[in-house]
Design a protein around this ligand. Structure first.
Ligand SMILES: NC(=O)c1ccc[n+]([C@@H]2O[C@H](COP(=O)([O-])OP(=O)(O)OC[C@H]3O[C@@H](n4cnc5c(N)ncnc54)[C@H](O)[C@@H]3O)[C@@H](O)[C@H]2O)c1
Ligand SMILES: [Zn+2]
Length: 390
């Protein structure tokens, strides 16, 4: 065989990405200039056009939020223009799984006549940020997005990163884009109305990143587990800030912000979590499922001697003491051959990674390792142990 190349031109360029992740309170109060400063952070001397989308679940608990947004824009009318009344869209997985809803928000973006320099301000949980972020990344090949995450999980994890996604054909996050935001503003006061289970989700993601990246943070979480369970705001805010910091650090320093390689360290515990979510038809939320995934993969890691039995106990005790549930009946479901249904999550995960399986496990606390093979019989044993302990 002979290569018949006539000419090859090697193309290469790098595009820098930078965005601030800011923590504040009462961001939409007319006396707080943070939002208007963030929108105009590039020093462009013009009136900024902004389209606003708000999670219906947030509006349910903060009924005055759309009005507050309008008031904010009135106060800052010299610098800001609201392109339409804030649009309230369904929250949770509903927005990620309904194609008609997605087309609806894309139509709304188009009808608001936004250019690539306009801002889409998205206020909501991780699901709304994912779906709206996806829609905004497609219009004009990418509008400027400012995220205002309203759940603990979104403030410390999903809302600070570079990915958007929707679910399709029962497959979680099957369609999506890499679209770094223009800015992220975490408003702690929006968390006041967060349902209990949603706090747990943020705590689970904090344990995830601590176990594989930061032993000190892991110890902090274990030492403050009871306070986190009691929803001590100061501790939870410290948790959110450190967890977000670790995520951002990973995106910056891993050398693979857009996940071209196989390894997905931030997906520790997630192969089982994603499957559990879909098996339960999303009754079990993402973060709740992550807590189970972490427990399962930690037991697996202990069986392989990648972490010690003492470290495993610390992990399981820490997760439970902070109020996380580590067992759901879905884990008992088996296929015709008697194999746990959850195991098919490994195939889905492998497909998602592009063919080769690569799963992150802790190697001691605060360090990680990647493996390309999983012993299904060992996972079965890990499931049995998790069940026996709950
Ligand atoms: N893009 C990423 O990198 C990434 C990473 C991890 C997770 N995710 C995705 O994030 C989603 C989960 O996000 P989530 O955990 O933030 O939950 P969520 O967005 O599903 O929200 C959960 C519920 O809480 C409501 N809600 C949101 N904020 C509220 C508030 N302040 N007060 C009262 N109710 C509120 C929502 O309306 C919804 O009903 C999943 O779809 C997951 O796949 C994405
Ligand atoms: Zn997650």
């Amino acid at each position: 065989m002979e290569s018949k190349q006539l000419k090859a031109i090697q193309q290469s360029f790098a595009v820098p990405f930078e965005y601030p992740v800011i923590f504040s309170r009462d961001v939409l109060s007319s006396s707080n200039d943070l939002l208007v400063e963030t929108i105009s952070r590039l020093g462009e001397k013009r009136r900024h056009r902004v389209a606003v989308f708000i999670d219906a679940g947030v509006v349910k608990s903060h009924k005055d939020l759309p009005k507050k947004v309008e008031q904010y824009f009135k106060t800052h009318t010299k610098q800001l223009e609201l392109t339409a009344a804030p649009r309230v869209i369904p929250g949770g997985e509903e927005i990620k799984g309904d194609g008609m809803l997605l087309l609806g928000v894309m139509n709304s973006l188009v009808s608001q006549r936004l250019s690539r320099h306009c801002i889409v301000l998205i206020i909501g949980g991780g699901a709304v940020l994912d779906a709206m972020g996806f829609a905004a990344s497609l219009i004009h090949r990418g509008l400027r997005v400012i995220r205002m995450p309203t759940t603990a999980l979104a403030q410390c994890d999903s809302g600070v990163g570079v990915k958007t996604s929707v679910n399709w054909e029962g497959k979680k996050n099957i369609a999506g884009t890499f679209a770094p935001p223009f800015a992220v503003i975490n408003d702690f006061s929006l968390l006041d109305t967060l349902p209990d289970g949603e706090w747990g989700a943020g705590i689970a993601e904090a344990f995830k990143v601590a176990i594989i990246k930061d032993a000190d943070f892991f110890n902090f979480l274990c030492d403050h587990a009871a306070q986190m369970k009691a929803r001590d705001r100061e501790v939870l805010e410290q948790m959110i800030i450190r967890c977000a910091e670790l995520h951002l650090e990973h995106i910056c320093t891993s050398g693979d912000p857009f996940e071209y390689g196989q390894a997905r360290p931030l997906d520790f515990g997630h192969w089982a979590a994603h499957k559990l979510e879909t098996m339960s038809n999303y009754r079990i939320g993402h973060g709740q499922a992550v807590a189970v995934g972490l427990a399962l993969d930690s037991i697996y890691a202990a069986r392989q001697k990648w972490i010690s039995e003492a470290e495993l106990k610390q992990i399981l005790t820490g997760l439970r003491a902070s109020g996380l549930t580590l067992w759901y009946s879905e884990l008992d479901k088996t296929d015709k051959k008697g194999n746990p249904e959850i195991l098919t999550g490994l195939e889905d995960f492998q497909e998602h990674l592009g063919g080769e399986l690569c799963i992150t496990f802790p190697q001691g606390i605060g360090r990680k390792m990647e493996v390309n093979e999983i012993d299904r019989a060992e996972v079965k044993k890990a499931i049995q142990r998790l069940k026996s302990e709950t």
